[in-house]
Design a protein. Structure first.
Length: 173
């Protein structure tokens, strides 16, 4: 039986960050944005850092979330995330300053580019994405110079997966 509202809950390690009865939710997944309305089939989604938009009546509200997971169904969407911020809590000058620091560190890290720093670089990219999401939340996104979050390289080259062909094989037409 379909209901006319969805219970949206966003939970962080600090506890319940947001609870609202909403008409519609749009959130960033690792495969692109997805939307949930009342009566939606069950879904489990890996979240990408970005802006969650939810609608109550004719009013759209936005918050930023970090990486995490969302579990949805006909009448509820539960978001589990490490980071959450409401638009009113964003301090644009501080965020821009932190973003500049992170980008400078990333520039140095990509020039050094050794395996020992791979995890540190990955954490910097996650931080960069979080700061960029905050600026997007207030309507002032940074220039599109974001780095993708890369999974750590396999330590054992024998078990590495080769994504692109090698050895002279031609792609089929």
């Amino acid at each position: 039986m379909a209901t006319d509202k969805i219970e949206l809950e966003i939970v962080t390690p600090k506890g319940l960050a947001l609870k609202a009865s909403v008409d519609e939710v749009t959130a960033p997944s690792v495969n692109g944005e997805f939307g949930i309305m009342p009566g939606h089939l069950p879904v489990l989604v890996a979240l990408h850092t970005g802006v969650v938009t939810y609608r109550i009546g004719n009013e759209a509200k936005k918050v930023a979330v970090g990486e995490g997971f969302a579990e949805g169904g006909p009448n509820k969407l539960l978001v589990l995330t490490e980071d959450f911020i409401d638009r009113d809590a964003v301090d644009p000058p501080a965020v821009r300053s932190q973003l500049a620091e992170v980008e400078a560190k990333l520039e140095k890290a990509t020039q050094a580019a050794d395996a020992a720093d791979a995890e540190a670089t990955r954490l910097l990219v996650i931080r960069e994405n979080w700061l960029a999401a905050q600026l997007e939340l207030i309507g002032d996104p940074p220039a599109p110079t974001m780095h993708p979050v890369a999974d750590p390289e396999p330590e054992d080259e024998e078990n590495a997966v080769i994504v692109e062909g090698e050895g002279g094989s031609e792609p089929s037409a």
